[in-house]
Design a protein around this ligand. Structure first.
Ligand code: ATP
Length: 255
């Protein structure tokens, strides 16, 4: 059994002189939730879109279940994508979007009804189900994206800033939905700036800064990598800030 479900191997991507990713390698295993964390411009979206084959790296390869994704068509990649910007069909209502996804993924009518009703109920979308996207608030558009990404049948969900625009209750609901997926042995890579939240549901973290990995692993292993006291009760935010500071010191030393 291939332990690594999705593997990112020595990926580099430059936009002219801008280094978006530099020899980045990491893997995601079955049934884990991995937090992709880093400041603005760290390379998180570039990494996610490379896994989706939307961006072609300058060098390196991505493997899905041991196969190079270059050799796999989109429909063989059981990867769902929750983009940071809403994407929708202007002429379909919210509910029509959801049934459309069910049709694409060959749900039976019964499965489709149950799944759509479940997600509408969870995300409190009932009063909006007959609206067109341009009549939805920013947060409700985001919930539509979330619902679509969860209805797709996937092994890995790549979620780019999924909590942005959600109210506190819905942030909690989305976290619960992610944990339900994990119980079904699905994997999730979630990019977020909400570190207090991430540490309540992520198993591991990949910390990026300026296109480079500055730490990866569980919070405990990040604490070991940072020079913080191992026994102390450090928040993920403290640990991440320490790793960032160390990476800046390293940069200064090599200048
Ligand atoms: N299409 C593009 N053309 C030029 N530069 C780009 C392009 N897309 C991204 N970049 C640059 O690549 C770097 C990584 O960007 P990316 O969007 O991957 O970061 P991010 O970690 O997702 O940031 P944020 O948290 O702000 O969303 C940044 O310096 C960004 O300015």
């Amino acid at each position: 059994m291939e332990d690594k479900l999705l593997e990112f191997k020595n990926i580099s991507k430059y936009y002219d002189a801008v280094k978006a990713l530099d020899e980045v390698s990491f893997a995601i295993k079955e049934g884990e939730i991995v937090g992709l964390i880093g400041p603005n411009g760290a390379g998180k979206t570039t990494a996610i879109q490379t896994m989706m084959k939307y961006i072609t790296p300058d060098s390196g390869d991505v493997y899905f279940k041991g196969k190079n994704i270059k050799l796999l068509s989109q429909n063989k990649l059981n990867i769902s994508y929750l983009p940071d910007e809403p994407v929708y069909f202007e002429e379909l209502t919210l509910e029509e979007h959801l049934f459309f996804i069910c049709m694409l993924y060959n749900y039976t009518q019964k499965e489709a009804n149950e799944s759509v009703n479940y997600i509408i109920d969870k995300l409190e979308l009932y009063e909006h189900k007959n609206k067109l996207p341009d009549k939805l608030s920013k947060g409700t558009k985001q919930k539509l994206q979330i619902a679509c990404s969860l209805l797709r049948k996937f092994d890995v969900l790549l979620a780019d800033e999924p909590f942005t625009a959600l109210d506190p209750k819905q942030i909690w609901v989305l976290k619960e939905l992610f944990l339900e997926q994990k119980k079904d042995n699905k994997s999730i890579l979630v990019s977020t700036h909400l570190l207090d939240l991430a540490e309540t549901f992520c198993d591991r973290y990949i910390c990026l800064n300026k296109g480079e990995i500055i730490g990866h692993g569980t919070k405990e292993s990040l604490i070991r990598k940072s020079n913080l006291c191992p026994g102390g009760s450090h928040s993920l935010e403290t640990v991440f800030m320490q790793l960032l500071a160390q990476s800046k010191e390293d940069e200064t030393c090599t200048d």
